[in-house]
Design a protein around this ligand. Structure first.
Ligand code: COA
Length: 385
């Protein structure tokens, strides 16, 4: 069988960042609650001229510059920060990236899980047409109400992945475990720009989904825990990965090396929650911070509230390590402009007026920007290159 999986990947985030120590000082919380208790240091925050389209296109651009566009016939955008009830966000991204018309473009939604559905759809397409490539983009803006328990677990970011046959990073193995359960742990009603969440329930639902997906993986003939070198998890906050690993070790009755928890959280600690992109930001961090994974099996646990989850595994390709990629991500994270709490609160409260034309202020230094709304249609431009 031709190996299929992630050939290349890149991460993008926002113009702004809020330090959680700054937030803690402002709201009278012990900064250790955020740093150690939930395991977060910073959260990315979009400027008014940034959104999932600008971040997603920014993540994908270097992939296309490195690999070319030849063979890309499918663009899948996974997000729960939908910008339109009808049009797929990928159509704007397709235009910004200058992709040819001969591409099928669609948006996938199921809370933070949808990037995994996109990845599996890509694997399916390529199983039939291995000469093609699929561009998968996961992009989200995690928003909770000001002064709510979810506030320090906000964030924003995008991960773009080029999926192909004979991948240079991770081959996705054919067997996976899946799990669906109807639960009201987290959702975002159509009339709300922030999520509704029952934090304690969402943690329980996540852990139940983990054991459910693991049991399904075992029932499908998946690998033993002992043959999995590292596991990366969806990380609404990085402490969740620790909780998950403890639960899985207990449930499956085995040891899991703790190293991956540290290395797989390096980017998520600084991005905050990136919903659909979170698991793949964790995979990027793992690949960028461990030098000895070639030929080894990694597990990926994907959870989307509501809930749908999947436990999949992959084999890391020889020659996957690339110090330049890690450097690029650090540059992107370090380039963010810190916000004061008052500025953050003002930005958080700003919503686009409905039904009128709008021009956004020019803030972002990213290669693409959201310029505003004309005749109720969102407008974008390429700013560089
Ligand atoms: N120093 C160190 N740790 C501290 C601390 C301090 N001063 N104060 C609290 N903590 C620890 C707590 O012991 C707890 O750790 P534990 O979970 O290992 O027991 C952790 O910090 C969080 O404290 P808690 O009181 O539970 O926080 P909270 O009521 O503010 O809620 C979330 C935390 C994550 C539930 C909340 O941020 C949330 O709802 N987030 C959005 C939903 C979400 O991300 N769900 C995840 C599944 S998708």
């Amino acid at each position: 069988m031709t190996p299929i999986g992630i050939h290349d990947l890149e991460l993008a985030t926002t113009h702004h960042v809020l330090s959680l120590t700054t937030l803690a000082e402002a709201n009278g919380t012990d900064p250790d609650k955020y740093r150690l208790g939930i395991g977060q240091d910073e959260m990315s925050m979009p400027a008014p001229d940034e959104d999932i389209v600008t971040m997603g296109a920014a993540a994908a651009l270097p992939l296309l510059e490195r690999n070319g566009i030849e063979g890309i016939r499918t663009l899948l955008v996974a997000t729960e920060s939908g910008l339109d009830q009808s049009k797929a966000a990928g159509v704007w991204i397709h235009q910004l990236l200058g992709l040819p018309a001969g591409v099928r473009t669609v948006e996938l939604k199921q809370a933070c899980y949808s990037a995994t559905a996109a990845l599996q759809a890509a694997v399916g397409i390529l199983s039939r047409s291995p000469q093609e490539k699929v561009l998968v983009i996961a992009a989200d803006v995690a928003r909770y109400e000001l002064d709510s328990p979810g506030e320090p677990t906000q964030g924003a970011g995008a991960v773009a992945m080029l999926v192909s046959a004979n991948p240079a990073l991770v081959e996705i193995e054919p067997v996976s475990g899946v799990h669906t359960a109807d639960v009201d742990d987290f959702w975002r009603p159509n009339d709300s720009s922030t999520a509704v969440v029952d934090g304690a329930l969402s943690i329980r639902a996540y852990l139940d989904a983990l054991t459910g997906a693991w049991d399904d993986l075992a029932a499908q003939g998946g690998p033993d825990l002992g043959s999995i070198e590292r596991i990366v998890y969806h990380q609404p906050f990085t402490k969740m990965a620790k909780k998950a690993q403890q639960r899985l070790a207990r449930h499956a009755g085995g040891e899991i090396a703790a190293d991956g928890l540290e290395t797989g959280s390096v980017y998520n600690r600084r991005l905050g929650n990136t919903y659909a992109a979170s698991l793949y930001a964790s995979l990027a961090a793992l690949l960028d911070h461990e030098q000895d994974l070639a030929g080894k099996r990694v597990g990926l646990f994907s959870y989307g509230s509501g809930s749908v989850s999947e436990f999949l595994t992959g084999i890391v390709a020889p020659g996957y390590a690339d110090s330049a990629r890690a450097r690029r991500v650090l540059e992107v994270l370090d380039a963010r402009v810190p916000l004061e709490v008052a500025e953050y609160r003002e930005l958080h409260a700003t919503e686009l007026p409905s039904g009128v034309d709008v021009q956004t202020p020019r803030v972002t230094k990213a290669p693409f920007r959201f310029t505003g709304i004309q005749g109720r249609a969102r407008q974008y431009e390429r700013t560089s290159g």
